[in-house]
Structures are given as C-alpha cells and as structure tokens.
Ligand binder design. Structure first.
Ligand code: C5P
Length: 234
C-alpha cells in the first residue's frame, strides 16, 4: 500500500508541530528537509520520534564518499527511518552510504537509504541544460541513475510518478519508490514540473508519496492530509 509522507517544509518546530498533533494517527510519516533542519537541527527529529512518528531525513547528501557515509551514520543514529543521497554522487558514494546506514542503525531498526535521481522540479529542458547535451529525457536519466542506485545496494529512489513504470521494469517491484511532485486535482503546481495526483501515483505503484504545499498551504492542513490519506486507501 502507498504511504503518505507529509513534508514539514516550515521554518520552525513551533510552526510544524501543530499540524503533526492535529493530524494524529492519520499520518505516520513526516519529512524533515533542509529548511526545518537548518533551523532546528536534530531537535526536529527528536520531536517527531517522541510523537511516535517515522522520519524521512531529506538532506540529499552529495559529497565525497567518506563525508556522505559519516553524515548518513549520524542521521540514522539520530533516528531517521529514511535518509537520502544524490545518485549522481556515484556508486562508491552510494555503497558507502548504505553500509553506514546498516552499521549505525539503532538496534532493531532498518533505516531506508534512498537515492535522489532527477529532481521533480526539472523538466527536459532544465535537465539538458545541466547535462550539456540534448539527447536524454528525464525518464531515461532517472532510469540510468535508478539502475546505478540498485547496483550500489540502495533500498530505492526518489522519482516522479511518471517514471514509476520504467523503474519497476528496470529495477524490479521491490525497489522502493518515493514520489514527490504530487498534486491533488486542482491544487497549485508551484515549481514542480513532473506532477501527478495521489490516487494516480498510488495506482502506478508508488511505495511512498511526498506531499508538501498542498497540505501545508491548505486552510486546514490536518484535514488535507487526512483527505489524501483516505484517497490512498480507497
Ligand atoms: O510542496 P511540494 O509538495 O512540492 O513538496 C515536495 C517536497 O519533496 C519538498 O520538500 C521537496 O524538497 C521534496 N522533493 C522533491 N523532489 C525530489 C526530492 C524531494 O520535490 N526529487
């Protein structure tokens, strides 16, 4: 079943926790990204763990293998249930990240170490600008990076819902797919370019969907999260 991860893209715990408390048991997973982490640091992870929540620490590490391995070690030791690195950091970097995740996980836990492929805010033109050639679509580049992530022992990748089928074909159905760029019908797209609705992403086989602004900017964020959750379980 597809699980909802609510992205706590807020400036402080004071702003973030009311939503967590109001959503109660209806949301199990929350994502702490660089915005909240740069303000609150490990206290953000602690506050969610104290509430019995699962934490996706979305800091998208991309550095030399040694630095990334040590960062992942500290992240999982802090209690992150999911943590990520950029696939374009390469095979050695990802392998070292996975090893560090296994070695430093608190007893009885198995944190997921996930690779970011191509950001969902990038369309074909933006990707080609970065790659400096014009014969690669986002789906092709995502597939290439997903295969490298799988070879490196990663548990799965972050990708857009548009790439779910091709990744399943190339990496198998047990490779975990974490899908941002989710927009309930009628919601503002913002800077995201490769988007899909929660129900469509679930039907395609996303393991997790990540939703930020459609929940955070709703009049009643906890109700918006619950509505998405019930859409996933229908
Ligand atoms: O507000 P929105 O629903 O677009 O938020 C999506 C969240 O997922 C953001 O926190 C963003 O950093 C994250 N994300 C993403 N694309 C990726 C990886 C993470 O949008 N490839």
């Amino acid at each position: 079943m597809t699980q909802l991860i609510v992205a706590l893209d807020k400036d402080s715990l004071e702003e973030a926790l009311p939503l967590v408390d109001a959503a109660g048991d209806s949301v199990e997973w929350y994502k702490i990204g660089s915005q909240l982490f740069c303000k609150e640091g490990p206290a953000a992870v602690k506050a969610l763990k104290e509430r019995g929540k699962k934490v996706f620490l979305d800091l998208k590490f991309h550095d030399i293998p040694n630095t990334v391995a040590n960062a992942v070690a500290n992240g999982v030791a802090m209690g992150a249930d999911m943590i990520n690195v950029h696939a374009c950091g390469g095979e050695e970097m990802m392998t070292r990240a996975v090893e560090a995740g296994i070695k430093n996980a608190p007893a009885g836990t198995k944190p997921l170490v996930i690779a970011v492929t191509v950001l969902t805010s990038m369309n074909e033109a933006a990707l080609q600008q970065v790659l400096n050639h014009d014969n690669c679509t986002p789906a092709q580049h995502v597939t290439h990076l997903a295969k490298l992530a799988k070879k490196s022992g990663m548990n799965g990748v972050v990708c857009s819902a548009h790439e779910i089928d091709v990744i399943h074909e190339n990496c198998g159905d047990d490779f975990i797919l974490v899908v941002p760029g989710i927009r309930p019908a009628g919601a503002a797209v913002g800077d995201q370019k490769r988007v899909m609705t929660p129900r469509e992403a679930a039907a395609k086989g996303a393991d997790f969907i990540v939703v930020g602004r459609p929940v955070l900017q709703a009049e009643n964020p906890a109700e918006a999260a619950k509505a998405i959750q019930s859409e996933l379980t229908k």
